[in-house]
Structure formats: structure tokens, C-alpha cells
Design a protein around this ligand. Structure first.
Ligand code: C2O
Ligand code: CU
Ligand code: CU
Length: 422
């Protein structure tokens, strides 16, 4: 804590070598460590100040994905940190509880920087939020899911970033670990799933088909727990699930493709994610509340402005990203409808500094577990998705926020635009 009461954090982007496959090591990048980064956990209302130092061999940034903050603090491509330099954003956290995250955003280089391992979690706790399991590492477990490819020497491959979707690895790591295991000691466990992959989409569930409850989407709690047996998350999306275990059992959390999978979609392969081994005795967990505090289904405010975005191969509305061009100007606090029309293969869509609700996908409401507050949405091949977006309070007529496809190859190739809030 600083003299002014702000909570101070220091994050250093650095290089290293890590043993990920047993007995072999690979060059990795990380934050305050060799690979991936720490968890920053704050409470709603905290003032935070974060000194971000770049000890990588090239310029980068650190973007706070899912957080509401002034555009100059956002860590997008306009806040480059040169090697050896330190950038110190600060802001007051004012948003519902969220599992958010941070990752680099240097234009054209994001895929490589994230792939090498620069990413970490940013958790916001809300004292007024629902009581959920929250003992970190005991019954509140983050799961950062990323796919990797290794070359013959056991190094992260540096090829495979081209093609339609870019990197699609054949080894899935959870929290940087291949073949991850977790020992449950409580009857309920809350898992915070983050898809931090470059391109892969997962449908997470359990090998035995058990159901579980989804309690939160990207940027806050659902209105009430939603029972399901699979959650689909595309790059950048999060889902918080609460799973019940019985003493002594072993069960595998896995990802399975859609039964009706389409050619040229990206969620087609099956992976095991995590083996959960339940202890012989499990401490009882408090019940999950029936109401979680998330808002009711979105209503379209009469007269809301509609903006249309058409996605093609790597362009939005026929244009590539241009750092010098402002694409959209939005009034502070506005509530708008953004209609995203995907003319090609699968994409997704992420908007900085906002929360949105999915109104419909091809005219139908989203699955119930995706009805909560979000900042990233999967857009299937040739689909049209309508979002009801609430914009933030921070204004800056010259410094933009980004919206983009979070398939990092697409983002790097220019499937990104800029908006200012005035
Ligand atoms: Cu997670 Cu603009 O990104
Ligand atoms: Cu973001
Ligand atoms: Cu895309």
C-alpha cells in the first residue's frame, strides 16, 4: 500500500527457461517468473497502481482485459513499453466481481508474446457480491487453458503461426502444466476457467458427463446458477463453474468438440484438461445462493443506437486496423446495440472497457450460461450476433480503446478497430 492508500503492485515481463514436458526445457516468457504470471487480486473500490517493467528483448504492453479504466491506462497498442522501461498505470477498481486477466497487446506481435507465456489473472472481489467458494488454491481454483506445440527439441515451436487461425497446438496446458492434477478437499470447488489460447475454442466439462453450475461469465455473476454439462469458451472468454465431488473419486475435466461440428471451425479437437482427485474426506462447502446478483436479461433500450460490424477474413467493415484512425465515437455511459455479422469462418469479438450481454446469435437467445455480463463473444462461422453494450464513464477524445477478434492471428493481421468515449 502506498502513502496515498493505493495498493501497489510490481509486474516484470521477463524471459526464462521452464521445464514443461518432463525432462525437457523450453524458452518461455513470463511475469515475475519464468512462465505465465502472478494473480493480482483486489477488491471493488481499491485504488491500484501497477509498475509494469519490460525486461523482454522487445517492446510490449500489458493490457487489463475485462477491467474498466481510463484509455491511457488500458495497456493497448498505444501504451508501448520499451525494453528496460517501466509504465505505471493507476485507477480505482469499480466493477462487479470478475475473473479478468492481463496480457500483452503490441500491434502485430500479440500472438507471439501471449504464446510465449506473458499472461496472468486479475481477480476483482466484490464485498457486496454473492458468497461463493473463495479460498484461493483450496476451493477457488483458476484454470488458465492454453494449447502449445513443441518442436523436436522440446522447445515451444516458433512455426505454426500462419494459416487461417494461426497457432493450434496439440498439447493443452492448464496453468502452464501438461497433465495437470488437482486434489479436491472440499465438496464444492469453484473453477475459474480462462481461455488464454491463441485460437482454440474449448467445450469444457467432465468425462463422466456430470453437470455443474455456471455462476459467472466474463465480467460478473449470472443472475442465478445455471446447470449444464459443457461450457464453450473461445480465446479471451472466462467462465466460473462450481462442481460437486464425492469423497475418493477421480474424474477428468476435458474438452469435447460440438456434436454437430462444422468443417473449418476451430473447436473440433478433444483434449483432457485436468484430473481431479477427491480426498477420502471432503470438508462440507456452504450452499451456492439461488440468486447471484447478476442482472435480469437485457432489454433493448428504445432508440438505442445500432452499429454494424461486418467481419471478413481479417478485416472489420472492409478495413484493417490503423493505429492512426478512430473508427467509432461513443458517448460516455451510452447503451448501444452492436450487430456483428460474420461473413466467413469462425471469429470472436472482444470490446475493451465495457460489459455487454448477448442479445441473440442468429436470432436465437444465447445458451443460458452465456446470458451473463461479458466482454468477449464467440461468433460462429457465418453467424450474426447482436450485443447490448454498456459503455464506461471514462472519456478521452484522443486516446482510443480497441475492439477486435481475440483469435490472436486475426488481431495481429488487423481485425481490430478503435473507438473513443467522449
Ligand atoms: Cu484480451 Cu484487446 O484484448
Ligand atoms: Cu481487452
Ligand atoms: Cu477472427
Amino acid at each position: 500500500t502506498g502513502p496515498d492508500g493505493a495498493r501497489q503492485f510490481a509486474l516484470t515481463l521477463q524471459t526464462g527457461r521452464s521445464e514443461i514436458l518432463p525432462g525437457r526445457s523450453t524458452a518461455t516468457w513470463g511475469i515475475n517468473g519464468l512462465h505465465l504470471g502472478p494473480v493480482v487480486r483486489v477488491r471493488r473500490g481499491d485504488r491500484v497502481r501497477i509498475a509494469v517493467t519490460n525486461r523482454l528483448p522487445e517492446a510490449s504492453t500489458l493490457h487489463w482485459h475485462g477491467l474498466y479504466l481510463p484509455a491511457r491506462m488500458d495497456g493497448g497498442p498505444h501504451q508501448m513499453i520499451e525494453p528496460g522501461a517501466t509504465w505505471t498505470p493507476e485507477w480505482t477498481v469499480d466493477q462487479p466481481a470478475t475473473t479478468s486477466w492481463f496480457h500483452p497487446h503490441p500491434h502485430g506481435r500479440t500472438a507471439m508474446h501471449v504464446y510465449r507465456g506473458v499472461a496472468g489473472l486479475f481477480l476483482v472481489d466484490d464485498p457486496a457480491g454473492p458468497p461463493l467458494p473463495s479460498r484461493y488454491g483450496v476451493d477457488d481454483i483458476p484454470l488458465i487453458v492454453q494449447d502449445k506445440a513443441f518442436d523436436g527439441d522440446g522447445e515451444f515451436t516458433t512455426g505454426g503461426f500462419g494459416g487461417t487461425f494461426g497457432m493450434l497446438g496439440d498439447t493443452v496446458l492448464v496453468n502452464g502444466t501438461a497433465g495437470a492434477r488437482f486434489e479436491a478437499t472440499t465438496s464444492l470447488v469453484r473453477f475459474r476457467l480462462l481461455n488464454a489460447s491463441n485460437a482454440r475454442v474449448y467445450r469444457a466439462g467432465f468425462a463422466d458427463g456430470r453437470s455443474f453450475r455456471v455462476v459467472a461469465t466474463d465480467s460478473g455473476p449470472l443472475a442465478r446458477p445455471v446447470t449444464t454439462d459443457r461450457v464453450k469458451i473461445s480465446p479471451g472468454e472466462r467462465a466460473e463453474i462450481v462442481v460437486a465431488f464425492v469423497p475418493g473419486e477421480t474424474v477428468v475435466m476435458d474438452s469435447r468438440g460440438e456434436p454437430a461440428r462444422q468443417a473449418n471451425d476451430i473447436e473440433e479437437e478433444d483434449f483432457d484438461l485436468l484430473t481431479v482427485v477427491a480426498a477420502g474426506r471432503l470438508a462440507p462447502s456452504p450452499a451456492i445462493p439461488a440468486a447471484l446478483g447478476g442482472g435480469p436479461p437485457p432489454v433493448v433500450p428504445p432508440g438505442a443506437r445500432v452499429r454494424r460490424f461486418s467481419l471478413s477474413g481479417s478485416e472489420i467493415n472492409g478495413r484493417d486496423m490503423d493505429l492512426a484512425r478512430i473508427d467509432e465515437v461513443v458517448p460516455a455511459g451510452a447503451h448501444e446495440i452492436w450487430e456483428i455479422d460474420n461473413t466467413t469462418y469462425a471469429h470472436n469479438f472482444h470490446v475493451h472497457d465495457v460489459t455487454f450481454r448477448i442479445l441473440d446469435i442468429n436470432g436465437a437467445p444465447p445458451p443460458e450460461y452465456q446470458a451473463g455480463p461479458k466482454d468477449t463473444v464467440f461468433i460462429p462461422k457465418k453467424a450474426r450476433v447482436r450485443l447490448s453494450i454498456s459503455f464506461g464513464k471514462y472519456t478521452d477524445a484522443t486516446m482510443p480503446y480497441m475492439y477486435h477478434c481475440h483469435i490472436l492471428r486475426h488481431e495481429d493481421r488487423g481485425m481490430m478497430g478503435q473507438f473513443v468515449v467522449v
